[in-house]
Design a protein. Structure first.
Length: 183
């Protein structure tokens, strides 16, 4: 089995997990927010623009779920072909003699993907809430405290950045960790 084939399996497993997570936890929460904000009870401000913004947001969330489904489950080769170096993808894995360095690189790549797909939906949700709260400030004299939300946005942004670093530099990180382990 080539590493490319193993990555297809890993991407499909993560894709299935991500689509289920987005579909059954994140998306229903967004529908609830949309319902509450469009009723005027939860966010009683500029209901015409608020409803349009919320529906645009829901469409973006649906597009995100569709993109995750397509890229990770249907056609993971799009992502796999972007990975460097290409020679890493063509290495054949013999389960009798696993190459520890390649296995470490696959583990780093898997951790990066998990971090990325765990953090992106939360980051989008928190950014949307901050945007809505800033919009509410125009209609209310009360100043909303968004410090906790800002901290969560920074935390999720760092997790997304770390996930991207793990994915992009998985080869270099794997080599450094492998050399430290061998010495």
């Amino acid at each position: 089995m080539k590493i490319k084939d193993l990555l297809r399996i890993i991407f499909r497993i993560f894709g299935l997990y991500s689509v289920i997570n987005l579909s059954f936890t994140f998306f229903p929460a967004q529908i609830a927010i949309t319902y509450l904000s469009s009723s005027g009870d939860f966010l009683p401000f500029d209901s015409d623009n608020g409803i349009m913004q919320t529906w645009i947001y829901l469409v973006v969330v649906l597009l995100l779920i569709t993109a995750v489904f397509y890229l990770l489950i249907i056609n993971p080769d799009i992502i796999i072909n972007k990975l460097k170096p290409k020679s890493f993808l063509e290495v054949t894995i013999s389960f009798d003699k696993l190459n520890p360095e390649s296995l470490l690189q696959i583990a780093i790549l898997s951790i990066g993907i998990l971090m990325l797909f765990e953090s992106i939906p939360t980051l989008i949700n928190k950014l949307f809430l901050v945007f809505k709260m800033n919009k509410m400030r125009e209609y209310f004299e009360d100043n909303f405290n968004t410090n906790g939300l800002n901290f969560e946005i920074i935390t999720e942004s760092v997790k997304v950045l770390l996930g991207l670093i793990f994915i992009i530099f998985q080869n270099q990180i794997g080599k450094v960790l492998y050399r430290q382990n061998v010495k």
